[in-house]
Design a binder for this molecule. Structure first.
Ligand SMILES: Cc1ncc(COP(=O)(O)O)c(C=O)c1O
Length: 406
């Protein structure tokens, strides 16, 4: 038993938490049990809270920057947990992974160039492509027996076609681990992708925000680690941007802090230029939370991972026994479960969404939010006390049963 608390049903109403206090606005009712946006229903690690309390006492909240100790904390974390050696110069602190993706595309693309995404995928990727007046190149994942894989043969063809049509393929926004399908990409899959991108001279933006949330039996490999270990990628490394944060891992997304890793000096300069006028430093709370999470939060993270694993097993069992019409996508990482609801008998996504909101009274992310490839799916967040997870699943079970009886 760990000393950390993940099962407390504390009231999260009126805390300005988007997940809870926007229920009425987003789902149309306060009765909804929110199981959507990617943050957790428990407090952050005690060490993080303590360091933030000390900062509050200190009372100095002006413009702030990452001092040496923050760089060191990130370097040590990546070395310790992923055997990844990152130089201090390569690190840039940002206010979030989404803004960082936007800055990167601003730095490297011209209008009408194409940017690859792999649907179904985190929706703001599409927005970043649009914001930069680029063309979306959708390389859908392939699903076989509820398991998703990349379709790199198709991607190669898509790249050729797009280049021939005059929309030069410039970059790819990659999600690793993948939200929403829960894949933790294996080394061999990553290497195949990297070799293709290198051959086609395409920049890689590797969003690894979920890097620490990995189920037992799987291992997250940062793309940078593969690149640094192989001579064949010596030149290509200059075209790779890694985006990471402690925000999902330690439930501190509201503190708006992430870090971007760029090895190439030229690309870093272009990135900083793209940021000019859009960013004015970092939150001292975000930086301190990141540092204490990485320096003092490892034991808490291990306990959290155990809790999440047990939640996942509970959900699998519950759905198998009680709602077999819903298929659970095999989960390897993240705490976001991708549910295939196509056998519930609805013809349109709108009906499925209304059913979950109005009949089951659970607040899930509609699969379509992740692109058309997410049709007839829903995403459910299991980072909550088991009792709450059970309550959500019961609501779905009861609603599905009445659907069949009615
Ligand atoms: C894949 C992915 N990238 C980025 C984000 C958000 O990043 P940030 O809040 O740092 O902008 C999320 C949040 O759920 C995510 O799942």
């Amino acid at each position: 038993m760990s000393n950390f608390e993940f099962s407390s049903l504390e009231n999260r109403d009126n805390t300005m938490a988007t997940k809870w206090d926007k229920r009425e606005e987003i789902f149309g009712s306060q009765d909804i049990l929110p199981m959507w946006v990617a943050d957790s229903d428990w407090q952050t690690a005690p060490a993080v809270k303590k360091r933030l309390q000390e900062k509050v006492e200190e009372g100095i909240f002006g413009y702030s920057f990452a001092d040496q100790s923050i760089y060191q904390a990130v370097q040590d974390w990546l070395q310790r947990r992923f055997d990844l050696a990152v130089k201090k110069d390569w690190l840039i602190f940002d206010t979030g992974v989404v803004p960082a993706i936007n800055f990167t595309l601003k730095a490297i693309t011209e209008p009408d160039e194409a940017v690859i995404v792999q649907p179904p995928v985190y929706r703001p990727f599409y927005g970043a492509v649009k914001n930069n007046n680029c063309q979306l190149l959708k390389n859908e994942l392939i699903k076989t027996n509820n398991y998703y894989q990349m379709d790199l043969n198709h991607l190669e063809k898509q790249i050729k076609e797009s280049n021939q049509q005059g929309n030069r393929v410039r970059a790819m926004i990659f999600c690793s681990p993948h939200n929403p399908v829960g894949r933790v990409w294996q080394k061999e899959e990553l290497l195949k992708l990297l070799r293709l991108l290198k051959k086609e001279d395409i920049y890689l933006l590797s969003d690894e925000i979920h890097l620490d949330l990995i189920l037992p039996g799987y291992q997250h490999t940062p793309v940078l680690k593969l690149l640094l270990a192989r001579d064949e990628f010596k030149e290509y490394r200059k075209k790779v941007i890694s985006l990471m944060a402690a925000s999902k891992t330690f439930n501190i997304a509201g503190l708006h802090t992430s870090y971007t890793i760029i090895e190439s000096r030229e690309l870093r300069a272009a990135y900083q230029k793209a940021k000019e006028g859009f960013a004015t430093g970092n939150s001292p709370f975000g930086l301190l939370a990141l540092k204490s999470a990485y320096n003092e939060g490892e034991e808490w993270l291990e306990a959290q991972l155990k809790y999440l694993e047990a939640n996942y097993k509970f959900l699998q069992q519950y759905i198998k026994e009680n709602i077999p019409q819903i298929k659970v996508t095999e989960e390897e990482g993240t705490y976001l479960i991708w549910l295939d609801c196509s056998q519930l008998g609805f013809e349109k996504d709108e009906q499925l969404i209304e059913f979950m909101n109005k009949n089951a009274k659970v607040g899930l992310n509609p699969g379509r939010w992740f692109g058309d490839a997410g049709s007839m799916h829903m995403r459910l967040n299991i980072a909550c006390p088991r009792q709450r997870l059970e309550e959500g699943l019961k609501r779905i079970k009861t609603a599905v049963a009445s659907l069949e009886n009615g």
